[in-house]
Write a protein that binds this ligand. Structure first.
Ligand code: C5P
Length: 402
């Protein structure tokens, strides 16, 4: 299959991180995929990898200054030339400059001039990555519409373990190929409501009852649907995940808040995908003050939460589609089919918890979809992004049939 990068012009910006040595492999992969690559390097990057390596690989001179003996490098022209700009590795310093419009080198000057999609793959130590200043800069860049290629976890150059390693060149290539593929717009014009994440049910001002849902599956669905043209509203419980800037995000904490937001938005939606792990029960009353540990035992009275899915199912009108999830540990198929009926879903996605790599906190998932006409679709273990695409394919095909 021909790569989405074939014939594309890519500005590859390399900044001063130890991960710069991987940029040679990245340039090579881009070129193998059929792209033309123009390398830009900051002065600090040249301390980590020789510009000669990159000019040899890319068969083009590497630019590391706005002007040099060979003349002035027109950053505006370079910015317009490119079909995509990829900054990999992107240091905390360069991210900060980009977020604030500073352009004191050829890379940042080209960045400010570029009209093409911009991708950035951060690489830094875990504390620099976690710092609120870096996180705020990343959010800002995402708000500009640029795409974060998230860093991975592992051993860092400092010897510390954690998040901050630049994504591997193969993952960067795959990310770029997926993003540059002519996006399928089969969900354009669809108002899609999504619930995701856990809910937290307050016991007192500092404690809650929660669950281990990460929100990853629902956020992946929201991002994929927005890329396919849907107008997406995501009601997200307490989760570390952040959707793309194209997704309308409503943050909630409790099941009652999620219920109220979902019911308010359902009449204006053509479809809803309910992936949230909503707490079944909440404390009957949340104490207004922190509960003291004065007694030897403590009982908390729980009351049932509303079933958001069932309530949307009751209000569903012709033409609206409702999709639910089931996570079962025994008699999974029968349980999922019962839920499909009871909650008036159009189809239900059963998560197979027994397979390694499936379910909470994993980046992969294995699903089976059950439809109302008894049809079923079984899928292999896949990344949550691919699973999201499978679920949206099922939704799109039913919507297309009207
Ligand atoms: O009944 P159970 O929790 O297994 O049902 C799972 C499905 O119902 C999921 O789609 C979940 O998002 C939804 N649900 C809901 N509100 C609840 C409980 C579950 O929307 N209170």
């Amino acid at each position: 299959m021909s790569s989405a990068l074939k014939g594309k012009r890519i500005l590859l910006g390399i900044t001063g991180s130890i991960a710069a040595y991987k940029a040679a492999m990245l340039a090579r992969l881009f070129i193998k995929a059929g792209a033309e690559v123009q390398v830009l390097m900051t002065a600090a990057a040249a301390d980590f990898i020789a510009p000669l390596t990159l000019s040899t690989l890319s068969k083009r001179p590497v630019y590391s200054e706005v002007s040099s003996e060979s003349g002035w490098h027109n950053h505006v022209e370079l910015g317009l030339w490119a079909d995509a700009m990829v900054i990999a590795p992107a240091t905390a310093n360069t991210l900060a400059k980009m977020a604030h419009g500073m352009c004191d080198n050829i890379l940042t000057a080209c960045y400010l001039s570029a009209r093409c999609p911009v991708f950035f793959a951060p690489a830094m130590d875990l504390d620099m990555w976690r710092h609120p200043a870096t996180q705020a800069n990343v959010r800002q860049l995402e708000q500009f519409g640029h795409r974060l290629i998230p860093p991975a976890s592992g051993e860092l150059a400092s010897g510390l373990h954690g998040e901050g390693r630049m994504a591997e060149p193969e993952s960067i290539l795959e990310f770029l190929e997926k993003s540059l593929q002519a996006a399928n717009q089969d969900l354009s014009g669809i108002n899609l409501l999504i619930t995701a994440g856990p809910t937290f049910e307050a016991i007192d001002p500092v404690r809650f009852i929660g669950n281990r849902s990460s929100g990853k599956m629902g956020v992946a669905i929201a991002n994929a649907a927005a890329a396919r043209g849907a107008d997406v509203t995501l009601i997200l419980g307490p989760s570390q995940e952040r959707p793309d800037s194209r997704v309308r995000l409503i943050r909630v904490e409790s099941a009652l808040e999620m219920h109220a937001e979902a019911l308010k938005r359902w009449p204006d939606s053509q479809a809803a995908i309910l992936s949230a792990a909503v707490a079944d029960y909440r404390p009957a009353e949340a104490a207004t003050e922190k509960i003291k540990k004065s007694q030897d035992s403590l009982s908390i009275q729980l009351v049932k939460n509303p079933d958001i899915a069932a309530d949307l199912g009751k209000q569903k009108v012709n033409g609206q589609m409702l999709v639910g999830f089931a996570l079962e540990t025994h008699d999974a198929e029968a349980q999922a089919k019962q839920k499909l009926e009871r909650k008036n879903f159009d189809f239900i996605v059963l998560n197979t918890l027994t397979d390694p790599g499936a379910g909470f906190h994993h980046d992969t998932n294995k699903i089976t979809i059950f439809f109302r006409d008894n049809k079923r679709l079984d899928f292999q273990l896949k990344s949550k992004q691919e699973v999201a695409a499978d679920i949206l394919d099922a939704l799109a095909s039913i919507l297309a049939r009207g």
